[in-house]
Design a protein around this ligand. Structure first.
Ligand code: AMP
Ligand code: MG
Length: 330
């Protein structure tokens, strides 16, 4: 059975009002190179739209800070100055990198924002024509080392110790942006709930537009209208990393966009990981980490973390879940 896992955002049943006659509004917009859905449940339409626009502005602001494509971003400056000089950054970017390094430590380097040096070798934008040689891979791999991402708290600088190093937030940025958008939206008086969904990486809180609350459906991609199961969540984040999102194929073998820093090769063994925990940034980072760690070590790690659950689909289409995950079946 070939099962891929897709996280569908809580299916939207029109902009209907719920029992308390709230306004429920949603906007779909392309941000950070992916499709975002921002939903607000509020006292009235004006407040709901104010919340949505606030969330979107925040995501755009974060994109300008962390993008490695935008040459003006602080992240690009750090990468340009690799091996040359420390770069002064905002406290916010400093803190994000600090937390990313904590995840690297927790995952023994499976998660590593300095994976990005490999994007000179592995490109998942359709531009690769030949498989990189083992020599090229070995050479590029040497530049992945989160311990050489040096942080100076006093001077608020970041320094990539070696020329050739590069950082990227592809595995954590959407989660961080979703967290921040949620926080700002939540603080607006008259907002009672909402959802920020970044192409399947989502966080929701408070009231839903549906009486049963927020549900996240897990679909069988063989037939996207068929639902494998669903999660009933409240104030929770659900993030899915999948090998079907971006990949290249050589001689019939599929290479996914998540890199194992230990080998420099794309990960194998897992098709998708769905991570459930209250914090979208952590969920995002851990979903990618489990991919790299593989299902045994990955499940072992998740089972040791309080309040964090995951569902894994292996390459053999086996479904594996952490100890306390409550996936509901019809
Ligand atoms: P996600 O969809 O959250 O799993 O993120 C995948 C993205 O994370 C990739 O497209 C890369 O930009 C980035 N990435 C790949 N490998 C790693 C890694 N080992 N650690 C951190 N980020 C990674
Ligand atoms: Mg991730």
């Amino acid at each position: 059975m070939r099962i891929l896992l897709l996280t569908l955002a809580c299916l939207w049943s029109g902009l209907s009002l719920n029992a308390q006659s709230r306004s429920a509004q949603k906007k779909v917009i392309k941000l950070m190179g992916c499709r975002f859905e921002v939903t607000a449940i509020a006292d009235n339409d004006t407040i709901a739209w104010q919340a949505i626009n606030t969330g979107i502005a925040e995501i755009e602001r974060i994109e300008r800070l962390i993008s490695s494509w935008d040459r003006q971003s602080q992240t690009s400056a750090i990468n340009r100055q690799a091996g040359i000089a420390p770069v002064s950054v905002d406290q916010e970017l400093y803190d994000l990198i600090f937390r990313a390094k904590k995840i690297s430590k927790l995952t023994q380097g499976a998660f590593d924002i300095s994976f990005a040096s490999m994007d000179r070798i592995w490109r998942f934008d359709g531009s690769m024509e030949t498989m990189p040689t083992p020599e090229q891979i070995q050479k590029a791999r040497q530049f992945i080392n989160w311990e050489k991402v040096l942080l100076d708290r006093q001077n608020l600088t970041v320094f990539l110790q070696e020329k050739g190093m590069k950082i990227g937030f592809g595995a954590i940025g959407k989660g961080y942006a979703a967290n921040r958008a949620k926080q700002l939206m939540q603080n607006i008086p008259g907002v009672h709930g909402g959802l920020v969904n970044a192409s399947g990486d989502l966080i929701c809180w408070g009231e839903s537009h549906q009486p049963e609350g927020w549900t996240v459906k897990v679909a069988d991609p063989k037939d996207k209208h068929k639902v494998l199961g669903w999660l009933q969540i409240a104030d929770m984040s659900v993030v899915t990393s999948g090998d079907y999102e971006r990949f290249v194929q050589f001689e019939g073998k599929r290479y996914a966009h998540i890199i194992d820093p230990r080998t420099g090769y794309p990960t194998t063994g897992i098709k998708s990981v769905t991570l459930v925990c209250p914090d979208a940034e952590l969920a995002d980072a851990l979903a990618t980490s489990v991919f790299v760690l593989g299902y045994d070590a990955g499940l072992n790690l998740i089972n040791q973390l309080n309040g964090v659950e995951c569902l894994i689909v292996t390459d053999d289409d086996e479904l594996l879940s952490s100890k306390h995950l409550q996936l509901n079946y019809y």
